[in-house]
Structures are given as C-alpha cells and as structure tokens.
Design a protein around this ligand. Structure first.
Ligand code: 4AD
Ligand code: MG
Length: 437
C-alpha cells in the first residue's frame, strides 16, 4: 500500500456491507494485545473501533514486525478481509493482509488506558477526545442537537440567529463578560431571548440556538462560563402552553437518543430504564408545593428563596421523570417575567428539573406583555432604559401573550449520559479555571 490508498478507504461503521471482501481502512491504532504468533490491533477511524487480526505466516515477516512495534495512536492504513466475529460488539473483524504506517509517534502517547487525574485529562483534552468514553459522550451530544433541530423544524418553528455582542443584559447584570467594542462597552450574550421575542411577534413561533456566556463564579459541576442554549419563543402562548412544549421537547430528545445511540449508552454503562420513563406528561408542582416537599424531607427552607442544587435534587427524587416547578417568587426571577394575576408575589415562571440529581435543565416563563408593568420592572432592576426601548416597543405595537424557555444543552447531555460533571459534555469546556486548550 501507499499513502494515496487512503482514498479507497471504507469507514468501519460501513463494513457490514463488505463481509467476505478485502477492504482498506484508514485510522489510528487505539490499543493492541499480542499472543506470540497473533497480534490483535484495535483500530479506530472516528466511526467505530474494529479488531484487526495479524497472524504470523499470513502476512510478510516485515508486516508482522511492524504490527509488533507500532504504538498507540500511530496513524495507519490497514488492508484486510472483513469476517464475521459474533463475540465483538461490532459483529465483524478484519483479517489483515497489509499495513501502511503513515506517522508513528516518537513519544509515548500520554493517555494510557490506566487511570489519569481529571486535570491531566482536561489539559490534554485535544487528545482525550480520542478515547472511547469521550467518543460516546460527544456522539450523544451530536444526537441531542440533531433532535433539538428536528423537533422545532418539524413543528415549523423558524430559526432566528440572535447576536452574541449585545449592549445590555438579558438575564441579570452581575454575570456579564464585558469587552471593548470600538470604544463602547459590549457584553457577550447570556441569552438570545429578548431578540427571540421580537422575532416571535414577527414569525409566530421561533427558536434561537447558540453559545451563551455567564461570568458567574460558580464552581459547581453544573456550570460552564460558555454553554449552548436553545430557546423557543411563541406568540399567543401562555405558561401552560409553555410547560406542554417543554415536556414534549424533553421526551422527544430522550426517546431519540434511546432509539439511535444504544451502543454509545452501552459504552457509558448508562442505566436506560431510568430514561425510558421520560415521556409526557411530566408532573407539575407549584413553588409552594415544592417548598412543602423540602420541609417534609427535613430541610429548613424559607418561602421566597431560590432552590439550590441540593434542594432541586430532593424535589426531583420524588418523581421517576423530570418535574416542572412553576410560579416562583418574582423576587428571585428575571425582570421580564409576567406576574401571576392570581398572586402578585409570583412570576409566571417554570423550571424543568431532571431526575437523578441533575437539576435544572430548562428555565422559562410567560413574558410581561404590558408596557407600563414592563417599564416599572426595568426601572426596579435599575436597567438602563435606553437599551431597552426596542424591547419596550414590542409592547407598544400589537403586544400579545407570549412565552418561551431555554434549555441548556450540556446539562441535558450530562443527564442523558449519566456522567457526573458537565465539563465532559462539550468538546472544549470553558470554566472559571479553564481557558485552554
Ligand atoms: O434559567 P436560565 O438562566 O434562563 C434563561 O436564560 C432564559 N432567558 C431562557 C428563556 O426563557 N428563553 O438558563 C436556561 C438554562 C438553564 O435551565 C440551564 O439548563 C442552562 O440554561 N444554564 C447553564 N448551563 C451551563 N452552565 C451555566 N452556567 C448555565 N446557566 C444556565
Ligand atoms: Mg434558571
């Protein structure tokens, strides 16, 4: 073989169509074991890992020596016959006839199958991505993002891309990343919502989907400084409609991953029985009822505060699927939320809490649609009015009830994968401690 034979390569995931035929695969050596006269090379190509069997006498001595010497992450072409192997998860293996080494690392590959500390792995994230577990997590992330787009596209929502540079806060002024913008202050967006509201009044039902930024100094396993959020927004929609959309959305995502990413969930040893029960409808409890749940579980919680991560865990542990908590005290929620006409202390807000201690995955609300009430809130929150004039305009020209929510992609990936920390759910995580690689 020679280098240009990579142009004839067939992806490992497609080899089931090639049983009994000779093929070329192009990849990297993942791992290997030997038993004297046979080398078993595990080769990955990004789609799958396949076992390649090199038998002394069936290849030239030179090729047998090559397969004896090559180390982990050597890039190579392997030629061989595809044969059935009922014991492997893939169902087939390769009987090798030839190997062409493209680049052999001169250093030992730093990530060995033995245990490494998390900081070491995060420092080597550019290489860690090649490992089996990361492969599974990020392929599931890909499936979740496809499901998100399909869900809204199938329902005729219009995708509206909202800006990342913004002149003012969407969520709260304390968590903004500021940057110089030709002599003006600009902030990296915390949420596309305010712009999505403008678009909902133009297109009826819309969603935005992009990276969002929070400068809060949270060190928890649920917080990133840069994360991806999808935010639907619908005109002529109230809080009940919003909760229904949220539960249908979350069920759709989970059921899609169960159907399409079985082998990745197996790699992660995920207990899928806990995901199978994630179907609409989800239980709903008011904030007041949630406070009672905490008290009944011996937690000293005062009405009026926001729930912390451990409170959310106790609440969600009462249910076998995500739970929707609605009508929070307005004090702990954002300025744009509409007050409950039945109780002015409450906002028409809702959070979806994931089971198994994963906490809030969705935050949403019905929006304040009355001009005077919204202006009052903007002043109460001491937000600079001049930056919100356009947002107030939406309440001057054909205002209607409208609602929406935001779902944090990484928290959903962590929950569905069953991994404890959010940092492994995004290819290159940004936290208060980490800006590289
Ligand atoms: O509850 P949040 O702050 O809501 C909003 O931003 C609204 N504007 C959404 C809307 O109504 N259109 O954030 C929404 C979700 C949270 O439920 C959580 O899943 C995720 O975004 N999230 C984070 N994920 C990772 N790291 C962080 N620091 C996050 N902050 C919020
Ligand atoms: Mg929230």
């Amino acid at each position: 073989m020679e280098l240009k034979d990579f142009k004839k390569r067939i992806y490992i995931e497609d080899l089931h169509q090639q049983l009994g035929k000779e093929v070329i695969i192009a990849g990297w050596l993942y791992n290997k074991r030997s038993s004297g006269k046979i080398h078993f090379l595990l080769v990955r190509d990004g789609t799958e890992i396949i076992q390649c069997v090199v038998v002394k006498g069936q290849v030239s001595d030179e090729i047998f020596d090559v397969s004896d010497q090559i180390g982990a992450e050597t890039s190579l072409l392997v030629k061989g016959m595809v044969s059935e192997d009922k014991r492997s998860p893939l169902g087939y293996e390769l009987q090798v006839s030839d190997i062409f080494v493209i680049q052999a690392p001169s250093l030992e590959y730093p990530i060995s199958p033995k245990e490494h500390g998390i900081e070491f792995l995060m420092d080597n994230r550019h290489l860690w991505l090649r490992s089996r577990k990361q492969f599974a997590v990020l392929r599931i992330r890909h499936e979740i993002i496809s499901a998100i787009r399909d869900f809204f596209n199938e329902r005729n929502f219009v995708l509206i891309d909202t800006p990342i540079f913004t002149p003012s806060a969407a969520e709260g002024t304390s968590t903004l990343f500021a940057t110089d913008y030709f002599g003006m202050n600009a902030y990296l967006t915390q949420s596309g919502q305010l712009y999505a509201e403008a678009a909902a009044l133009a297109f009826g039902k819309v969603y935005c989907f992009g990276p969002t930024f929070r400068a809060e100094k949270s060190k928890t396993r649920r917080h990133l400084t840069e994360f991806w959020m999808v935010e639907p927004e619908v005109a002529y929609f109230d809080l009940d409609d919003d909760m229904k959309l949220a539960e249908d959305f979350v069920s759709y995502i989970v059921q899609r991953v169960l159907a399409q990413r079985k082998s990745e969930l197996e790699i992660l040893e995920r207990d899928v029985t806990k995901l199978k029960s994630v179907v609409s409808p989800f239980p709903r409890v008011s904030y007041g009822e949630a406070v009672d749940i905490l008290k009944n579980n011996g937690i000293d919680f005062e009405w009026g505060g926001d729930f912390g991560g451990s409170d959310e865990t106790v609440i969600s542990e009462q249910f076998d699927r995500p739970v929707i908590v609605h009508r929070y005290p307005a004090e702990v929620k954002a300025f744009y939320m509409k007050r409950d006409p039945e109780d002015d202390r409450l906002a028409l807000a809702m959070d979806v809490l994931a089971p198994e201690g994963y906490g809030e995955i969705i935050g949403g609300s019905q929006r304040e649609d009355d001009y005077d009430a919204l202006l009052k809130r903007i002043d109460e929150h001491q937000l600079p009015r001049e930056h919100y004039n356009w947002y107030l305009d939406l309440r001057q020209y054909g205002s209607v009830p409208h609602a929406g929510f935001g779902l944090g992609v990484e928290r959903v990936v962590a929950w569905i994968c069953g991994i404890p920390h959010i940092r492994e759910t995004i290819p290159f995580a940004r936290t208060i401690y980490r800006l590289s690689p």
